[in-house]
Ligand binder design. Structure first.
Ligand code: FAD
Length: 441
């Protein structure tokens, strides 16, 4: 069997490695547009922040290591077309020379690219996105050279991580401009407000409900950002307004309106022998019961591995995505799993909501902090459907308990009596999760 993989980052390389390990006779070829494979993009903000000064540590495995295991890696090969009738893929190299590859099974693992909207002046020096190792290097160099005015457009996960990085790098002025009414929009409003408060406490200006209209510059280098509400000096601009799936090279498969390839729970697309995994595709959302676009590294790794299994004929099923995610922003941790209150409203679900603020651990043991826990649960049978947690510490990991509870269809009553551990430095005798669950009647 000949398996072709488009894209050589977590999803693609997980699938390639899995196929080679479990079915060594499979011929596995990976086509990767760039000259990097298998790096941890999630580590890039911390390189920018100066918490890690060795970019090479973010390279998890390099191409020769995969080659040694029998995987053929074509670097600098950008796939430009797929003929799913003839089972032929066309790629071009940096010189524009085209090559074709046939396949028995094809995996699309081409990820996403940052959105760069056609705003006047956007193509100027010192306007960056953060996606690749090279982006991180360029941003860090620019920040260390300038230390001046950094404007971050977009207050989602990546924008907030960059804001933290700028604070740690002692940038003179950091501003986030966000078109929506809150930052961290996947969370409910009160969590967005808490992030905003934390940013402002650290002298980061946060402009919500404000839209960028143009970027002004001198000699091709940005100097100012103009919004519908004001003008701000900008020596460096970082765009983090979301991502688009890299799927333009294939038309024959079904996609969501944003271009994400729709897959079933075995990572199969609507076309036979064509699979998709990671950010370029969808995950099956356990609560919403439909394919959803949630671009997270956790899914890229899980789906990649399972796609590898699926392609060599094993039965697999990944139907338990909950959008579980975590973020530290300066002195606060935020985490979410399942659905938020506003998602429940949007989906027309009959839910109850409970928010509880309690202590992270025993009051007599040093430094307990306040944790705020919000539960969304079924109004009739009390099945837990979503959780959001924030606190200065010991908050984020607790979301994993909630993810298990939601995955297993537990009610708040069951969660309230779950056998969670207790010692004074870790928890109260009733853990914060148990307290929130028992209050969710
Ligand atoms: C700054 C940052 C921080 C993040 N932090 C977190 C986090 O804390 N937690 C978390 O869960 N996730 C995080 N993520 C998301 C995570 O990195 C992605 O979900 C993950 O990288 C997706 O992996 P992928 O293999 O699906 O796609 P990608 O990583 O996008 O890789 C796709 C690969 O395909 C290649 N490619 C694209 N088009 C073609 C083509 N036509 N031909 C050939 N090759 C092609 C690309 O060059 C790329 O190497 C973060 C992402 C960023 C950028």
């Amino acid at each position: 069997m000949k398996a072709l993989v488009i894209g050589g980052n977590p999803a693609g390389m997980s699938a390639a490695s899995r196929m080679k390990r479990k079915a060594p006779d499979t011929e596995v070829i990976v086509l990767e547009k760039s000259h990097e494979v298998s790096y941890g993009a999630c580590g890039l903000p911390y390189y920018v922040a100066g918490l890690n000064d060795d970019l090479d540590r973010i390279r998890i495995r390099k191409a020769p290591e995969f080659e040694k295991n029998g995987i053929s890696v074509g670097l600098g090969q950008e796939v430009i077309a797929v003929d799913t009738e003839k089972k032929i893929v066309t790629a071009k190299n940096e010189q524009g020379e085209e090559s074709t590859y046939n396949y028995d099974k094809l995996l699309i693992a081409s990820g996403t690219s940052p959105k760069v909207p056609p705003i006047p002046g956007i193509r100027q020096n010192n306007i960056f996105c953060l996606k690749t190792l090279q982006d991180a290097e360029a941003i860090k160099t620019a920040i260390q050279k300038s230390k001046g005015n950094v404007v971050i457009v977009g207050g989602g996960y990546i924008g907030l991580e960059i804001a933290e990085a700028c604070v740690l790098q002692k940038v003179k002025s950091v501003r986030i401009v966000e078109a929506l009414d809150q930052v961290l929009n996947v969370f409910d409003e009160e969590f967005g407000q808490a992030v905003k408060d934390e940013l402002e406490k650290n002298d980061v200006a946060v402009c919500t409900g404000e839209r960028v209209q143009s970027f002004e510059g001198i000699d091709g280098t940005v100097t100012e950002i103009v919004t519908d509400k004001g003008r701000y000096p900008a020596d460096i601009v970082i765009l983090s307004i979301g991502v688009s799936p890299n799927t333009k090279f294939i038309d024959s498969v079904e996609k969501l309106p944003n271009g994400a390839i729709i897959t079933n729970t075995a990572m199969e697309t609507s076309v036979k022998d064509v699979y998709a995994a990671g950010d370029c595709g969808t995950v099956y959302h356990k609560i919403l019961k439909k394919p959803a676009f949630i671009a997270l590294g956790t899914y890229a790794n899980k789906q990649g591995r399972l796609a590898g299994d699926s392609m060599i004929g094993k039965e697999v099923c990944f139907d338990r995505a909950l959008g579980t995610s975590m973020l530290r922003c300066l002195g606060m941790e935020f985490a979410k799993t399942g659905i938020s209150e506003k998602e429940a409203k949007r989906e027309g679900l009959d839910v109850k909501i409970k928010t509880v603020t309690t202590r992270s651990h025993a009051r007599y043991y040093p430094d307990p902090v306040e944790l705020t826990i919000k539960f969304v649960y079924d109004a009739k049978d009390h099945t837990l459907l979503g959780a959001q947690i924030m606190g200065a510490k010991e908050a984020a990991w607790r979301i994993d308990v909630c993810a298990c509870a939601i995955d297993q269809g537990m009610t708040t009553e069951e969660l309230g009596y779950l056998d969670l551990g207790y010692a004074p430095m870790f928890a109260g005798v009733w853990d914060a999760i148990g307290i929130a669950a028992n209050a969710s009647k």
